[in-house]
Design a binder for this molecule. Structure first.
Ligand code: A3P
Length: 299
């Protein structure tokens, strides 16, 4: 994949999911300083949105992140609503996507931040997201106009089985995992692309935020550094997620505190069997190769 081919208009691409309309990217007018946050999902998207909002707005609390930074390729709300809202923004824009890079329009003008997370941690987070979805959650997903794919049902109560189904049917009941990682990894060398790992962000958030600020060419205001760190911390986000989490958390029982769940990795260690782990690790190597599998697993 080259930057040139990635910049071509996109045909509609169905991703075995009710969620996406990838063609919206054909209508997005890129600006020179746009920031695109890309993840498979459940990999720290909201955390990165908060970090970037804190860098842009210099540590002020209560930035309206979820409205300001829409999931562009989600089928709802209608494309023109999101495109118009983004067009009217006068500050530096930051947009969220869950598409593989070859399904969106890639601009050399924008800066892309991709976050990776071990697939097992992703599933543990996804299970919380899915199992605590309320009536609104199912309504939004199952009644979205133009949706494809089977009706989303409540998940099995057995999280290990949920993981096995996700493995067996690559990303089931959501979208494929491995191609997502592969696609973004393949362009990591481009100067306007930065890869971050959830585990590294967790291990040393100040160091990672400094790297992100450097990549985005944002000077950190020393006087606001403590505020920035505080507003991006797990404890702060857990308690103050109403403006950061999608829909203010309205689609989940327990609201934004459910969405900002545990913020930890490895919760699968005591639950998955040795065979489950061996199978995951083998599949990661088959699908991604040794180098990428290692990056994804260890951070
Ligand atoms: P868990 O469900 O494992 O707790 P996304 O925004 O891509 O949906 O990712 C959500 C995951 O990021 C959740 O993981 C959530 O708790 C975690 N997260 C959000 N903000 C965080 C923070 N400040 N520190 C650590 N984890 C955070």
């Amino acid at each position: 994949m080259t930057a040139e081919t990635l910049a071509l208009p996109r045909k509609k691409r169905e991703l075995r999911s009710h969620h996406f309309d990838s063609t919206i990217w054909n209508h997005f007018n890129f600006r020179a300083d746009d920031i695109i946050i890309a993840t498979y999902g459940k990999s720290g998207t909201t955390w990165m949105q908060q970090i970037i909002s804190q860098l842009i707005f210099n540590g002020v609390p209560d930035v309206d992140v979820s409205n300001m930074s829409p999931w562009l390729d989600l089928r709802i709300p209608e494309a023109h609503i999101k495109l118009d809202a983004l067009e009217s923004q006068t500050h530096r824009r930051f947009v969220k996507t869950h598409l593989p890079v070859d399904a969106l329009v890639f601009s050399e003008k924008a800066k892309y931040i991709y976050i990776g997370r071990d697939g097992r941690d992703v599933v543990w987070s996804l299970y919380n997201h899915h199992a605590n979805g309320n009536e609104l959650f199912y309504k939004l997903i199952n009644e979205t106009p133009g949706r494809v794919g089977p009706k989303l049902e409540k998940p099995t109560p057995d999280i290990a089985q949920y993981f096995r189904d996700w493995m067996d049917k690559d990303g089931y009941p959501f979208w494929p995992f491995w191609e997502h990682i592969r696609s973004w990894w393949s362009i990591r060398h481009l100067p306007n692309v930065m890869l971050v790992h959830f585990a590294q962000l967790k291990e040393n958030m100040p160091r990672e935020i400094e790297k992100i600020a450097n990549f985005l060419e944002i000077d950190i205001d020393e006087n606001k550094w403590n505020d920035i760190l505080k507003h991006c911390s797990f404890d702060y986000m857990k308690k103050n997620g109403a403006k950061t989490v999608p829909l203010g958390g309205a689609a989940w029982d327990g609201g934004s505190e459910t969405f900002i769940n545990k913020g930890t990795n490895g919760r699968w260690k005591d639950i998955l069997t040795k065979e489950d782990n061996e199978r995951y690790e083998q599949m990661a190597v088959e699908q991604l190769g040794e180098q990428v599998a290692r990056w994804l697993a260890t951070g």
